[in-house]
Write a protein that binds this ligand. Structure first.
Ligand SMILES: [Zn+2]
Length: 351
């Protein structure tokens, strides 16, 4: 009911022209003259089948992505992240109509489904690669967790018992933000994110052992891009940055480990592409001041997160540029159809 009400208010705002007036007034304020940076993850052709291996907040369907890109091409001035960072660095006035499109992780579907659409609308975009996964059949631990959860239809109670067995501290209640999550899969993954990768794998191995259905992630044996796909895209308007080597959360690692993540990922991508790689995306968006300094020392031009202090605009924010997450749910109406008004509202709310 709440969803339907929200949808009608958003549609009313959009079609009455009030959303346009709000946006105009917002842009009059100096502090709001900052471009948005959008963050995408996966683009699914068949969400019903593919969502089994992922989370609702991480995907958009191909037709919805097409409509979103068409909307951006028409109503915004998309620019590359490198151009935005250069403008910020040289204190140039920013155009609030500029917008940046980014993707995290290096999913194969970005090549299969997003790339043809980006090419069609001639939109610049940057994809942050998790270097060790590119060109392999390895899957991210969070994908394995989602798969085990959905195919075995597990709930929180069963998982708490598992945590008790493998990792006592995680059995306890977490922050309200985590405990009130509607999806059991999201809840499980958020709890796992706080653990060391070795412990995460121990939990997942135990889960795999104690359930009949395995964590086989469908017919698609390769979920991340290979280097030929990366090269082809880089020759046709898509830029690439680093998302580390292993996707481990940097706030849980030592300085030496973080430096290796920054340096090795960059070297691998640069060697494969023959291009300079100087933009970084923090895995899970997690960073601190010490890590920001390491990124800068590592020769990067800027870094993006999901948890920055504000919209990009100042030099001091170059290593913590905040992004706005985009997923299917933010731009569809109650029946699941794409709604221009909903997408516009998501952008307006965050601008
Ligand atoms: Zn990621």
């Amino acid at each position: 009911m709440k969803q339907i009400l929200k949808y009608f208010i958003v549609v009313l705002l959009y079609y009455s022209g009030l959303a346009f007036v709000f946006r105009f007034l917002k842009r009059l304020s100096r502090s709001n003259q900052k471009p948005l940076i959008l963050m995408y993850h996966q683009v699914f052709d068949d969400p019903k089948a593919e969502l089994k291996y992922s989370q609702a907040g991480l995907y958009v369907s191909t037709p919805v992505f097409d409509k979103q890109m068409s909307y951006l091409a028409k109503h915004y001035k998309p620019i590359s992240l490198a151009d935005l960072a250069t403008s910020i660095r040289s204190n140039q006035t920013l155009d609030p109509k500029n917008i940046v499109i980014t993707f995290d992780d290096g999913w194969r579907d970005n090549y299969q489904h997003a790339y043809p659409i980006l090419k069609e609308y001639q939109l610049p975009a940057i994809i942050f690669l998790t270097a060790n996964f590119i060109g392999t059949n390895d899957i991210f631990w969070f994908m394995r967790a989602a798969t085990l959860m959905t195919i075995n239809k597990l709930d929180r109670q069963q998982l708490r018992a598992l945590f008790k067995k493998v990792c006592l501290s995680s059995a306890e209640s977490d922050s309200a933000a985590i405990e009130t999550m509607a999806s059991d899969t999201d809840w499980f993954i958020e709890k796992l994110k706080k653990l060391d990768l070795i412990v995460i794998n121990r939990v997942l191995d135990e889960l795999s052992k104690s359930n009949k259905k395995s964590d086989n992630t469908g017919d698609n044996s390769r979920w991340t891009m290979n280097w030929d796909e990366v090269k082809e895209m880089s020759q046709h308007g898509i830029s690439f940055g680093s998302h580390g080597c292993t996707h481990r959360v940097m706030t849980t690692l030592s300085s030496d480990e973080n430096m290796r993540e920054l340096r090795d990922s960059r070297e691998v991508i640069e060697a494969k592409l023959g291009l300079r790689v100087d933009i970084f995306s923090y895995p899970n968006g997690d960073y601190n001041i010490e890590i920001e300094k390491l990124v800068e020392q590592g020769g990067y031009l800027c870094a993006v997160t999901t948890k920055g202090i504000g919209k990009p605009g100042n030099k001091s924010e170059l290593f913590a540029l905040r992004r706005i997450g985009v997923h299917e749910g933010i731009s569809v109406g109650p029946r699941g159809n794409y709604s221009r008004a909903m997408f516009d509202f998501h952008l307006l709310r965050n601008s």
